[in-house]
Structures are given as structure tokens and as C-alpha cells.
Design a protein around this ligand. Structure first.
Ligand code: ADP
Ligand code: MG
Length: 400
């Protein structure tokens, strides 16, 4: 069984400072830390003005940053052998590609927003698995964004964080060229420990939903199937297009404002109707999940997880054999609920597991994967953790 550990923030901050010094021959000025995330429920609802309920993982990306006196930009990562070098004027949409675009794009977007910044040196390292549907991309953007904001004397209040969220979204969609509905950046910037974050993309609000998982004897087991999901591969864009077509056919601005009765009776294209049915029922399931969590009714949460999985598998068609197997096996081995999570086509599944069944469920999933001829997956525990912030050598500092 392989569990991916989150690591201790103090140690990881020291390690990223070392990587920075080894790369650039001078010390970093600030280290930013931003968490990956796992979504409890509400998939593909963000770009439909709907609801999502993600939590911030204890796994995070750390960005060591220093301002330069010229306009050069150097970006390195422990996870990528090839460092990246450019100048400020060559960064932007259509000009920047590869992994460094997630960092350079934030710099570009904040300059577009009016920030005056010189060039920067950046070195990143972290424990969020890349491409596992756990949002290493937003963690990368946000870790750099909080570090740069701090260096430039900007505040990390709620309002300040909103500016950073917008810049990180622009970096990902416009510079890195990966579509994103905004959930990942929002939770990485606004999450609270021991809570999930209910985000309403219609009202543009976000607020914590206390989870108290250990009190209920439960853990969120995340299983990375190690099947690569590539958001740029077309499946995500095709789903978005179907949702837009459904909203247009129903004469509503977004599927948030459509009811299930009109979806069933007015959408004549079978595929578009099934896509819309997923979105409309999924938004309801998020609201019901919040109610059930607040009532301490975790068995109902488990049922909602399963209904969500079935909807994504059959109506939205974004699951895959590995995700289905992880979910079925988790349920058979004692999980009270399980579903695929994230954009789909691979990535990760989550299971709500009684604390004494964690190893049993993870082991059963490994055995099922081996029997099916799949690569053994990685697991991690989704303990709801804090939002992005700057880190001192001895731990976290909240600068808002
Ligand atoms: P996810 O966000 O689910 O992990 P994405 O495809 O959205 O998957 O983003 C993954 C990409 O983000 C990687 O392929 C890489 O380009 C970039 N990335 C994320 N974290 C790092 C890192 N620590 N170092 C370098 N690149 C990273
Ligand atoms: Mg991502």
C-alpha cells in the first residue's frame, strides 16, 4: 500500500529554500504554501453557476521567491528537471507554455491587474501529486501568488485573496491554456482547517462547512488511480459545450437556473439531456450533502456520494474503469460512500471510511487493481486543512 504523506510544513519550507539557494546562489525572500484540494461533491457544476464542496488537502506546494532588480524571470521546480527562463515582456497568452506557465501566468495576470513587479526568481517543491485530479496546478499558482503578494506588501485579507484567485484563474485558462471553472483556486485560497468550503458560483460566495470527521469516526480516503486525466484533451471542453447547449435550449443563463422537469421534457437531444440532468441533480446533491453534514447524518452523505458517482458514470460519462473499480471496491470493503472526484477521465476517487477500515479499504482497492491488471494506485488521507499562506521556518503564519 502506498500512502502519499503531506510532509511537515516547516521541513518542506526549509527544503524549498535549500532548492532555491542551490539553483540561484542566493537566499529566497519568502516561501508561499498552497494546498491541493479534493472535491467532496459537485462535479462540473462550477462553470454552470452551481455549488461545489471541496476541502483543502494537507498536501501542498511550496514556492520560494525573491524579487530581482531586472526584468528576468527564472522558475525552477524539484518536480521538473528543466528550469525556465524568460523576461517579463515575453510572458502572456500564446507566448508561454509548459509547466512554468502556471507560475509565469500569475505574474502576467497580476501585472495586467495593475501590479508593478520586477522580475522574480522562483523555486517550487511540494507533495501534491501532479495530474491526479487533486489540483497541483492551482496549488502551484496560489503558492507563488501569496509569496509575491507578501513581497510586494499586498494584503492577504479576503479581498486581497479574491484578487489573487482571479489572477490564478486567468493564469490557468489564458496562459497555461487549461480550462478551469475556478473551484480549485478558490478553495486553495479560502479554505479553513477542519471544514469543507461551500462555494456558490451564482452568488459568488464561499463559506466553511465544519466536518468534524474524527468525531464521527470517519476519514476521507483519496485514491489516485494514476490514470492521467488531461483537461486539455477535449472531454472537458465537450462537456462544457453540451452544458452551454442545454442552457441555451432551455433559455436560461446557466443550468443553475434550470429545473429537472424542464430538462427531462424540453431537451430533445439525448446526450445533452443526460449532461444537463447530471448538472441539475448534482447541484441539488451538494445542497443536500451540506444539510446532511450539518445534521451529522453521514450515512446520507454516503448515499449522496454514490448517487453522484452513478450520475457521472452514466449521464455525464466522465468516469473510467479504474475509477469505477475503486468506488465499487471501497463500498464492498466497508466505505459508507464513494465517488470519483475531479474533472474525470482518470484522476482520483474518494471514499468515506470508518477510521478502523482505512487500511482494509486501501488494501482491497490495491488487490482489485492488481487482479484487474491495473497499476497499483496511490492513496492519501484528505484531512481538511488550511488555505494558502506564507510559511516561516517554524510553521505557518497567517498574514491577513
Ligand atoms: P492537477 O491540477 O489535477 O494536478 P493539471 O493537469 O491541472 O492536474 O495540472 C498538472 C500540471 O501542473 C503538471 O503537469 C505541471 O505542468 C504543473 N505542475 C503542478 N505542480 C507542479 C510542480 N510542483 N512543479 C512543476 N509543475 C507543476
Ligand atoms: Mg489542475
Amino acid at each position: 500500500m502506498t500512502f502519499v504523506e503531506p510532509g511537515a510544513p516547516g521541513q518542506l519550507a526549509a527544503a524549498v529554500r535549500e532548492g532555491f539557494a542551490a539553483s540561484y546562489g542566493a537566499p529566497a525572500a519568502v516561501v508561499g504554501r498552497a494546498p491541493g484540494r479534493v472535491n467532496l461533491i459537485g462535479e462540473h457544476t462550477d462553470y454552470n453557476a452551481g455549488l461545489v464542496l471541496p476541502l483543502a488537502l494537507p498536501h501542498a506546494t511550496y514556492a520560494a521567491v525573491a524579487l530581482r532588480e531586472d526584468d528576468r524571470v527564472r522558475i525552477g521546480s524539484r518536480q521538473k528537471p528543466q528550469p525556465w527562463v524568460a523576461t517579463l515582456d515575453t510572458i502572456g497568452p500564446g507566448q508561454t507554455d509548459g509547466w512554468a506557465a502556471y507560475v509565469a501566468g500569475v505574474l502576467w495576470a497580476l501585472r495586467e491587474a495593475g501590479w508593478q513587479t520586477p522580475g522574480v526568481d522562483v523555486y517550487v517543491d511540494g507533495t501534491v501529486p501532479l495530474g491526479a485530479g487533486l489540483s497541483s496546478s492551482a496549488a502551484l499558482e496560489c503558492s507563488f501568488a501569496v509569496a509575491l503578494a507578501t513581497l510586494l506588501g499586498k494584503d492577504l485579507t479576503q479581498a486581497g485573496r479574491r484578487t489573487l484567485i482571479e489572477a490564478c484563474i486567468r493564469a490557468e485558462t489564458e496562459v497555461a491554456g487549461a480550462p478551469t471553472g475556478g473551484m480549485d483556486q478558490t478553495v486553495s485560497m479560502l479554505a479553513e482547517p477542519n471544514a469543507a468550503l461551500l462555494i456558490d458560483f451564482d452568488l459568488q460566495t464561499a463559506g466553511p462547512v465544519a466536518l468534524r470527521l474524527p468525531e464521527h469516526g470517519l476519514a476521507v480516503l483519496v485514491t489516485d488511480t494514476r490514470v492521467s486525466h488531461a483537461l486539455t484533451d477535449g472531454g472537458y471542453a465537450a462537456r462544457r459545450a453540451d452544458c452551454e447547449a442545454a442552457a441555451a435550449a432551455l433559455g436560461v443563463a446557466s443550468l443553475r437556473h434550470a429545473g429537472i422537469a424542464e430538462v427531462e421534457s424540453q431537451l430533445t437531444n439525448d446526450r445533452v439531456r443526460r449532461r444537463a440532468r447530471h448538472i441539475v441533480t448534482e447541484i441539488d446533491r451538494v445542497a443536500e450533502t451540506v444539510e446532511a453534514i450539518r445534521a451529522g447524518d453521514w450515512l446520507s452523505v454516503g448515499s449522496l456520494f454514490l448517487a453522484s458517482h452513478v450520475s457521472m458514470r452514466d449521464d455525464f460519462e466522465i468516469s473510467c474503469a479504474e475509477l469505477d473499480l475503486a468506488v465499487e471496491t471501497a463500498l464492498g470493503a466497508g466505505a459508507i460512500g464513494a465517488r470519483m472526484t475531479g474533472g474525470g477521465f482518470g484522476g482520483s476517487a474518494i471514499a468515506l471510511v470508518p477510521l478502523d477500515r482505512i487500511d482494509g479499504v486501501a488494501g482491497a482497492i490495491d488487490a482489485a487493481f492488481i487482479a484487474a491488471g491495473f497499476r497499483p494506485p496511490n492513496h492519501l488521507l484528505g484531512e481538511p486543512s488550511a488555505a494558502a499562506d506564507v510559511v516561516t521556518e517554524n510553521g505557518l503564519s497567517r498574514s491577513s
